[in-house]
Ligand binder design. Structure first.
Ligand code: NI
Length: 391
């Protein structure tokens, strides 16, 4: 079976590269993936899948029906959106949309999703269970997965698989991570409320800027003293506004930031912990505060059995020198975690680095991918899907 999957994928390679370049040159921003979705729906229909459009706003769902001898339903997820970045790769198939670029490899993810459907359709064999392909919008804004889930795409799903391109892993290699893959990412807004006054008479005012400075340094120091260093927390205040004039004491300072963590228990405790620190700094000086802590996406926690399914499939397909066990998670965020509230799943890393030229990080205007990775992704995903019902 593996050699048949590899043969079909190898024959499809030129077509897959064409698909990827088409998507790459026609990028669309989060929530506006109309053309991409129509294109995806067209390819899925041509493979004989049952296709539903406008799921989760601009998402597409394609179902490949199994024989029904196994009731377990497998979902495979890809994301379709691009970023507000002006492409500077100079490639012949560069973005035709000014200021919009597939700089996070979602063009590859979509192509691998389509390629997996094409390969499995060409196998000419009915699988024991159904595969539901999810092409979601708006991953970059961490909204799309939630929209898809709300529209019921996780109903009856027993397991879900996904991949993400990775520019520090060689093209053609697969990165496997057990446990936490990405971080929980929450938004933090703290407003310090003091009392205005003359800059020369601080004792008659409550200086919100000075208190905000104490809050910021206390938060950063307290993280290292009160959290288990093996369970990381990153708190970044990226924006501060406050004050009106050099000689007027500010009555208000607003701080905006992001909070990242890996362990669900740590994540759960963070809002209370932050409030305690802010309160302890403000109270002695008579300042008040408002905290708005908005939950973003949770951490992606890869299921052990499904991670092993991918690892074994990749090992058989490519040999051990093309499979890397990743020792470290990322503190980036990924809305794939929202599906994992409904079924176990796993996401693997697909290496897209070139051996002989500079490679750029995700979200970089020169980010480019080694297209050899597409067949690697398709074979790994299709073979893992095939093996899913053998277990
Ligand atoms: Ni991405």
């Amino acid at each position: 079976m593996l050699s048949r999957i590899k043969d079909i994928a190898a024959n499809l390679a030129p077509r897959l590269i064409e698909i990827r370049r088409h998507i790459h040159s026609h990028p669309e921003l989060s929530g506006q993936e109309y053309q991409t979705a129509a294109y995806v729906a067209g390819v899925l229909s041509s493979c004989g899948l049952h296709v539903q459009e406008l799921v989760g706003k601009t998402g597409v769902v394609g179902e490949m029906l199994g024989s029904g001898t196994d009731s377990r339903l497998l979902a495979i997820r890809a994301d379709m959106d691009a970023l507000p970045i002006q492409e500077k790769t100079g490639l012949e198939y560069t973005s035709r949309q000014t200021g919009i670029m597939h700089a996070c490899g979602h063009d590859v993810h979509t192509t691998v999703g389509l390629g997996t459907a094409m390969v499995l359709a060409q196998l000419g064999e009915t699988l024991p269970g159904t595969i539901r392909f999810l092409f979601q919008p708006a991953e970059e804004t961490a909204q799309g997965a939630g929209w898809m889930v709300k529209d019921g795409v996780m109903q009856d799903v027993s397991a879900i698989l996904a991949l993400h391109t990775f520019p520090t892993i060689p093209g053609g290699c697969v990165g496997i991570r057990y446990g936490a893959l990405t971080a929980a990412a929450d938004d933090l807004e703290i407003t310090i409320l003091g009392e205005s006054g003359h800059g020369a008479r601080p004792h008659e005012a409550i200086d919100a800027i000075w208190i905000a400075a104490q809050v910021l340094t206390t938060l950063q120091q307290a993280i290292s003293r009160t959290h288990n260093p093996l369970r990381p927390v990153v708190l970044t205040i990226g924006q501060i506004t406050g004050g009106r004039a050099p000689n007027v004491i500010a009555d208000q300072v607003r701080m905006l930031g992001t909070v990242r963590s890996l362990h669900p228990e740590t994540s759960a405790a963070l809002p209370t912990w932050i409030e305690q620190i802010v309160a302890s700094v403000c109270q002695p000086f008579g300042a008040r505060y408002e905290i708005n802590y908005r939950r973003g996406v949770p951490s992606v926690q890869n299921d052990p059995a499904l991670t092993q399914l991918i690892e074994v499939a990749a090992h058989e397909a490519w040999g051990s020198d093309r499979v890397q066990l990743l020792l470290e998670p990322s503190l980036g965020a990924e809305d794939f975690s929202l599906y994992l509230d409904h079924a176990p799943g796993t996401m693997f890393r697909l290496g897209v680095a070139f051996p002989d030229q500079p490679n750029y990080p995700l979200h970089h205007p020169q980010f480019h991918v080694n297209e050899a990775a597409i067949v690697t992704g398709v074979v790994t995903m299709a073979y893992a899907a095939y093996k899913y019902w053998q277990n």
